[in-house]
Design a protein around this ligand. Structure first.
Ligand code: SF4
Ligand code: SF4
Length: 144
């Protein structure tokens, strides 16, 4: 898989190379809210065990180099992330100010969509068992 080492996905899986935890999902199941870490922490077995008994991507926000064409959300022609585009178009804002986020300078969603992505980002859960209709549609790579 050819990744972009300079550009990070803010909805990555824990087993991706270079993965680091940059947020912890709190809130409620139907209104999740990410608390961003001041300093992202490299993924380790010990860290992932803290998610027990649920899957790490239910409670951790994890960043890793964007998978680019290895990801179903990547538009190779535009070199862009359609997931970020759809979240900005379809999902409502949940913040009025930019979250303090430890990966902003390298985040693909920020680089591509700017502030509009960050104002929606706190509600993102990588493994979301109770997505809103808008979030479910945004996460469906078949919908553009
Ligand atoms: S294309 Fe988007 S969703 Fe896919 S890995 Fe890259 S940033 Fe993440
Ligand atoms: S979209 Fe914004 S808040 Fe979310 S991870 Fe990227 S820089 Fe951080």
């Amino acid at each position: 898989m050819k990744t972009d080492q300079q550009t990070f996905c803010p909805s990555a899986q824990p087993d991706w190379q270079g993965a680091k935890v940059f947020g912890v999902v709190g809130g409620t199941p139907d209104a999740p809210e990410t608390a961003y870490l001041a300093t992202p922490a490299p993924v380790s077995d010990e860290l992932l065990k803290l998610a027990d008994p649920v899957a790490p991507d239910e409670v951790f926000r994890i960043a890793a180099p964007c998978a680019c064409s290895g990801c179903g959300h990547f538009d190779s022609a535009q070199s862009s992330c359609t997931l970020a585009q759809k979240i900005v178009r379809w999902v409502p804002m949940v913040s009025e100010s930019l979250p303090v986020c430890g990966i902003r300078s390298e985040c693909r969603w920020w680089q591509q969509e700017g502030r509009a992505a960050c104002l929606r980002c706190p509600q993102v859960v990588t493994r979301n068992l109770m997505p809103t209709d808008a979030m479910r549609d945004a996460a469906n790579p078949e919908l553009r």
